[in-house]
Design a protein around this ligand. Structure first.
Ligand code: AMP
Length: 215
């Protein structure tokens, strides 16, 4: 089962990916997480990625596609994978198709979680996550039991630097210019599954689960 999870920043892709991963035993590959880990480690990749992430821009396609190509060729992806936040440009989608065809694989479904912009801004500005285990909370909808502390591991809760003010606006603009056109790319191939994401995460997951079980 080779799945793509799409949607604007703040649509709930990370939350759904966690729920999908618990129910279906396939690795969750988030390019955003890969870049954030590299930034935390201060690696060469991290230093390069940070230049783009801090201003809400996309990391160049050559860097991003190379990382995903290597990752999906690993043995734990033999039974499938869940791509979260990739592809984000038409060039990335085409590169993914080429890599998959070399591996004798194909995409089975592209799930798109759609949420109106006003709600995205509200969600992103209240989003905090655990520095240790990466669990995500929202100050308005899903606050931690103890302020600033992760319910799961006790780690410190912080706001992502790119969830602040102008960077959020830039990320939404980049999404609508460079990523939204991909909905047509997958729609034309009959692979697109659209989901209304303004309702609660468990309702969204129920719909996704039904669809994945029918594949
Ligand atoms: P995310 O956590 O998916 O919102 O990603 C955070 C940031 O990482 C994005 O704003 C981009 O700067 C970078 N990024 C993540 N995935 C990609 C991708 N597929 N292509 C280019 N940049 C990406």
């Amino acid at each position: 089962m080779n799945i793509i999870l799409m949607g604007p920043p703040g649509a709930g892709k990370g939350t759904q990916a966690e729920m999908i991963k618990d129910r279906f035993p396939i690795p969750h590959i988030s390019t955003g997480d890969i870049f954030r880990d590299a930034v935390d480690k201060g690696s060469e990749l991290g230093q390069e990625a940070q230049k783009y992430m801090s201003s809400g821009q996309l990391v160049p396609d050559e860097i991003t596609t190379g990382i995903v190509e290597e990752r999906i060729a690993q043995s734990d992806c033999e039974q499938g994978f869940l791509l979260d936040g990739f592809p984000r440009t038409t060039a990335q989608a085409q590169a993914l198709d080429q890599s998959l065809s070399r591996l004798g694989k194909k995409i089975d479904l592209a799930i798109n979680i759609d949420v109106p912009n006003e709600l995205l801004i509200e969600r992103l500005s209240g989003r905090i996550s655990c520095q240790e285990c990466k669990r995500v909370y929202n100050l308005s909808y899903n606050p931690p039991q103890e302020q600033g502390k992760c319910d799961s591991c006790g780690g410190e809760l912080v706001q992502r630097s790119d969830d602040r003010g102008e960077t959020v606006a830039k990320r939404l603009e980049v999404y609508s210019q460079q990523t939204r056109p991909l909905l047509q790319y997958y729609g034309k191939q009959g692979l697109l599954f659209n989901i209304e994401g303004s309702c609660g995460s468990s309702q969204v997951f129920t719909d996704i689960q039904k669809k994945l079980e029918s594949l």
